[in-house]
Write a protein that binds this ligand. Structure first.
Ligand SMILES: Nc1ncnc2c1ncn2[C@@H]1O[C@H](COP(=O)(O)OP(=O)(O)OP(=O)(O)O)[C@@H](O)[C@H]1O
Ligand SMILES: [Mg+2]
Length: 325
C-alpha cells in the first residue's frame, strides 16, 4: 500500500476552449516536497486550485489525505494549508492581526493561540514584526506573512503556488529554508514553480508540466541521469608527443568501462560521456592511476532541469519573468 497523501487520476479541467489540465495522473508521497514545474500558463495554478477545492475538475478522481475532494471538501480544507500565487495580505492590518484572523478562521482554540502565532512568526523569520502594518513592509516580508498564515493551523499538507515569485535572492533563500524546515517537521508540500533552481533545490519529486500535460515525473537526479549526458573532462599535464600517446591510452582504457558511453579527444583534453558522474569518476581515476597517467585537471558537468525540459517537450523552457536579483 502506498503512502500517498495526494492521488490524482485522469484529472481534466477546461476553461471554454482551453484545456488547462489534460488527463493528469500522479501521486504525492507523505513527507516529501513535490514540485509542479512548468512555464506560464502550463496549468500549475489550475491544479492547485482544484486540489484545494477552490475550482471543480471536469473529470478525474482526486483524493487528498484519503478524502475525495468532491465528496468532502470541508474536511480537505481543514487538513491543508494554501499559500496562493498572488499576495493576499491586507495593507492596513498588522502582521499579528493577519495571524489572529487566520487562527480564528481555522478555529484555533484560545489556549495556545498566541504561542502558536509566535511560533509560526519565528519559523518564517517575522519575530519582531508583530505590530508592523503590511503596507509598510517589503514584498518579500509580505510573502512571509502569507506563508505564516498558511501554516498557522499546522497543516500536514501545504500547497505553495510559486512561493518565491518576485522575491530577491536573500528572501528566496529564506523561503526555501522554511520550506525545508517544514519538511523536517513532517509536512508534505505541493509546490508550483517556474524556477528550475527552486525545483532542483527543494523538490524530492518533480513533475514537468506543459500545456496541461505532464511530460515526465521523477526526482531531479533521476530526470537528469535519464538523459545519460553527464560529461567528464580530463586534461593531462602537457601537449608533447609522449603525453598525447598517454591520452590515447587513457581513452582506450576508459572506453572499455561499462559506464562510459562515448569519448571525444581534443588536443590534451579528453571528454568522456557517462550516465552518472558519481559512478564514473572513481572508475576513470582508477584507470588513470593504474596506467600511471598524470591528470592535471578533471571536471564534470551534468544536464540541468532546463535540458530535461528540452528533452521531454522538444523545445526550451521559456519564461519571460525574471528574478529581481
Ligand atoms: N479562470 C480562468 N478562466 C479562463 N481561463 C483560465 C482561467 N484560469 C486559467 N486559465 C487558463 O488556463 C491555462 C492554465 O493557467 P494556469 O493559471 O493554471 O497556469 P500556471 O501554470 O499557473 O501559469 P503561471 O506560471 O503564469 O502562474 C492558461 O491557458 C490560462 O489562461
Ligand atoms: Mg500560476
Amino acid at each position: 500500500m502506498s503512502n500517498a497523501v495526494i492521488r490524482i487520476e485522469n484529472l481534466t479541467k477546461r476553461y471554454g476552449l482551453v484545456t488547462a489540465l489534460d488527463d493528469i495522473s500522479l501521486e504525492v508521497e507523505r513527507g516529501t516536497i513535490f514540485g509542479l514545474l512548468g512555464p506560464n500558463g502550463a496549468g500549475k495554478t489550475t491544479a492547485v486550485k482544484i486540489l484545494t477545492t477552490l475550482a471543480r475538475p471536469d473529470g478525474g478522481k482526486i483524493e487528498v489525505i484519503g478524502t475525495d475532494i468532491l465528496k468532502d471538501p470541508v474536511r480537505v480544507r481543514s487538513l491543508i494549508g494554501y499559500v496562493p500565487q498572488e499576495l493576499t495580505v491586507d495593507p492596513y492590518l498588522t502582521v499579528q492581526e493577519h495571524l489572529r484572523y487566520y487562527a480564528d478562521l481555522y478555529h484555533l482554540s484560545a489556549v495556545g493561540k498566541d504561542s502558536r502565532i509566535r511560533e509560526v512568526l519565528g519559523l518564517v523569520g517575522l519575530a519582531g514584526y508583530e505590530n508592523r502594518r503590511a503596507r509598510y513592509l517589503s514584498g518579500g516580508t509580505k510573502k512571509k506573512i502569507d506563508l505564516a498564515c498558511g501554516l498557522i493551523h499546522r497543516p500536514p499538507l501545504l500547497f505553495l503556488d510559486e512561493p518565491s515569485l518576485g522575491l530577491d535572492v536573500q528572501a528566496r533563500r529564506d523561503v526555501w529554508s522554511y520550506i525545508l524546515r517544514l519538511k523536517e517537521q513532517g509536512t508534505t508540500s505541493f509546490l508550483c514553480t517556474n524556477y528550475m533552481d527552486e525545483a532542483e533545490r527543494l523538490c524530492d519529486i518533480v513533475a514537468i508540466i506543459e500545456h496541461g500535460r505532464i511530460a515526465v515525473i521523477g526526482s531531479p537526479a533521476q530526470l537528469r541521469s535519464q538523459l545519460k549526458r553527464d560529461v567528464i573532462s580530463i586534461e593531462i599535464a602537457s601537449a608533447d608527443e609522449h603525453q598525447r600517446k598517454e591520452l590515447e591510452v587513457l581513452e582506450k582504457a576508459v572506453s572499455q568501462l561499462r559506464i562510459v558511453q562515448g569519448t571525444v579527444k581534443n588536443g590534451t583534453q579528453l571528454k568522456v560521456y557517462v550516465e552518472s558522474n558519481e559512478i564514473a569518476l572513481p572508475q576513470i581515476l582508477q584507470s588513470a592511476a593504474s596506467l600511471s597517467i598524470p591528470i592535471r585537471t578533471i571536471t564534470y558537468s551534468r544536464p540541468g532541469l532546463d535540458e530535461v525540459f528540452l528533452h521531454y517537450t522538444g523545445h526550451p523552457f521559456a519564461d519571460e519573468r525574471k528574478i529581481d536579483a
